[in-house]
Ligand binder design. Structure first.
Ligand SMILES: Cc1cc2nc3c(=O)[nH]c(=O)nc-3n(C[C@H](O)[C@H](O)[C@H](O)COP(=O)(O)OP(=O)(O)OC[C@H]3O[C@@H](n4cnc5c(N)ncnc54)[C@H](O)[C@@H]3O)c2cc1C
Length: 354
């Protein structure tokens, strides 16, 4: 739960609906509802970040899975298996490695902000305390992270402005009535609620997505997770300045403040630039993977070319989570994808034990 516990701003709500925020376990015993019942937490329509972190920690305890919390510093091939070096120098041998290391190293930071100091610019994944960024903050991006950060900043008295390339902000779940038609809604949207009408149903079956031709699959994936905010953010952003259709073309630090020049020749002076500019999967950025091992993995623009069981071209090496989304579709980016991922991985390993 490292990323969730340390990387999210206080006050954040999960974008995924309750039904899609349960972590999978083989008997579906440790659901979000089971946690709420066990801990006496009142179920809320939208899951608060704090609740999800507490739920994750509770889940971990229920599984009693002998969790070793040491960091892995290096993974390299060793004969037909792997040699793992841990942060404290300990060495472990393993026949198989499943990389489930999240998206932290994949932060996308636009070049235009590269000469700003860490004090003046940060990516939202860093989880810096929003209330400590300064009095004036430019939030770059138009997705949930950008819009929710801007709302929280505004509510805590910061002068926030959203600067986004897209012409108009997009909102997910705007066809509310289509979600309220009982069995018809079920036919149109899956419980995972990833993607718009129709696409939502298709991406719910990662094994089907796997067989969709690559070009079409890429279009479906990018459409399902394109930048958009949850509609409940709308009223919270009413008094926040939003500049859409704009790009920052120059950023520098002048007299202790950040000067931004936009493509319409207007200027902004702020204390901090918060980049909510997304992620680009590139497994070479997992610094714990030895470069020669990364080179051996067949890839598709930085994504591992995983096949059944999330296996790669290196025998015994598997990738799950966001890195598997290029082949198995956008469900892999989300908590709700854990159900498919864990079953597919476990059953493949069972079948290929020798
Ligand atoms: C701002 C934001 C909001 C999100 N909101 C939602 C949401 O509402 N609903 C949803 O379903 N998804 C959401 N997501 C997506 C979310 O990232 C995934 O759903 C989920 O966290 C992915 O789980 P994971 O296990 O693949 O990765 P992570 O949760 O990132 O876990 C990766 C783990 O690997 C560990 N690790 C990494 N490197 C090493 C190493 N070298 N050695 C040892 N351990 C290591 C990390 O410490 C961490 O514990 C959000 C993502 C972001 C960035």
């Amino acid at each position: 739960m490292n990323f969730w516990a340390n990387g999210m701003p206080a006050g954040m709500l999960l974008r995924s609906p309750r039904e899609a925020s349960t972590i999978s376990d083989p008997r579906s015993a440790f659901t979000l509802e089971a946690y709420e019942a066990a801990s006496g937490t009142k179920p809320a329509k939208r899951v608060a970040w704090e609740t999800f972190v507490a739920y994750g920690k509770w889940f971990q305890k229920q599984l009693d899975c002998n969790l070793d919390q040491r960091s892995v510093s290096e993974v390299r091939r060793n004969g037909s298996g792997f040699k793992l070096t841990l942060a404290d120098g300990a060495v472990i041998g393993s026949r198989r490695v499943v990389v489930a290391a999240g998206i932290g190293p994949f932060r996308n930071t636009p070049d235009v902000f590269s000469n700003l100091s860490p004090k003046s610019a940060s990516h939202c994944y860093e989880g810096r305390k929003l209330c400590e960024l300064g009095k004036r903050v430019a939030v770059i991006g138009a997705g949930q992270s950008a819009l929710e950060s801007a709302a929280i900043l505004h509510e805590t008295g910061t002068d926030a402005e959203v600067i986004a390339r897209i012409q108009t902000l997009r909102w997910i779940g705007m066809h509310k009535r289509l979600h309220q038609l009982g069995p018809i809604s079920k036919a149109l949207y899956s419980k995972h609620d990833v993607g718009p009408i129709g696409i939502s149903r298709l991406v719910a079956y990662p094994n089907v997505m796997y067989h969709v031709p690559m070009g079409l699959k890429d279009r479906i994936r990018t459409r399902a997770v394109r930048s958009a905010g949850a509609p409940w953010l709308m009223p919270r952003l009413r008094d926040v300045k939003i500049s859409t259709g704009r790009t920052v073309v120059l950023a520098n630090e002048v007299d202790g403040e950040v000067r931004l020049l936009l493509d319409d020749d207007t200027e902004r002076r702020v204390d901090h630039v918060l980049m909510a500019t997304g992620y680009r999967v590139n497994i070479a950025k997992y610094r714990f993977l030895a470069p020669e091992l990364v080179r051996e993995v067949r890839q598709l623009d930085g994504y591992p070319d995983v096949t059944a069981g999330f296996a790669t071209s290196v025998p015994g090496l598997h990738f799950i989570g966001a890195t598997a989304a290029r082949k198995f579709g956008p469900l892999m980016y989300f908590v709700t994808g854990t159900e498919f991922a864990s079953r597919e991985l476990a059953s493949w390993i069972r079948r290929n034990r020798n």
